[in-house]
Ligand binder design. Structure first.
Ligand SMILES: [Zn+2]
Length: 141
């Protein structure tokens, strides 16, 4: 799925520079464009709701998109919840860590704007830490 197909399903979409958009969040149904979308160079779409920090799985479900569609096929292994069996090279591991850092940056921006952190955001930060830990393990083979 392309980012364009996802943007088609959202309301109040506006561009914010190369590979970045804002739209209304389909979960908390804010009238403001509180949902930030970022498309990475690898084709992964990062989503973050600046209003409530709505879970990405809920946002994907609200627009009828499979969570896996937000990731390009070649990095599925790093993001899927199933155990990793094969060894990843340094580029793949750094790519995964880079994605998690982008997510942390998005959440930091939301916290700065709102002045508080939501439970969902805190859980997402914990997930980022565990994914980086998994990535480190995967790079060891
Ligand atoms: Zn929301």
């Amino acid at each position: 799925m392309t980012v364009a197909a996802l943007l088609d399903k959202l309301e109040g979409v506006r561009g914010c520079g190369s590979g970045r958009w804002r739209a209304r969040c389909p979960v908390c149904e804010s009238h403001k464009a509180v949902l930030a979308l970022t498309e990475t160079a690898e084709g992964t779409v990062l989503l973050h709701c600046f209003r409530n920090g709505c879970a990405v799985a809920d946002i994907a479900a609200a627009v009828g998109v499979d969570l896996a569609d937000l990731f390009p096929p070649h990095v599925d292994g790093v993001h899927a919840s199933k155990p990793i069996r094969r060894r990843f090279n340094a580029v793949q591991v750094l790519g995964a860590i880079n994605l998690e850092l982008l997510e942390v940056l998005l959440i930091a921006g939301a916290i700065l704007q709102r002045g508080s952190i939501t439970l969902t955001e805190h859980e997402r930060l914990r997930l980022a830490v565990s994914r980086v830990s998994v990535a480190e393990g995967a790079s060891r083979g």
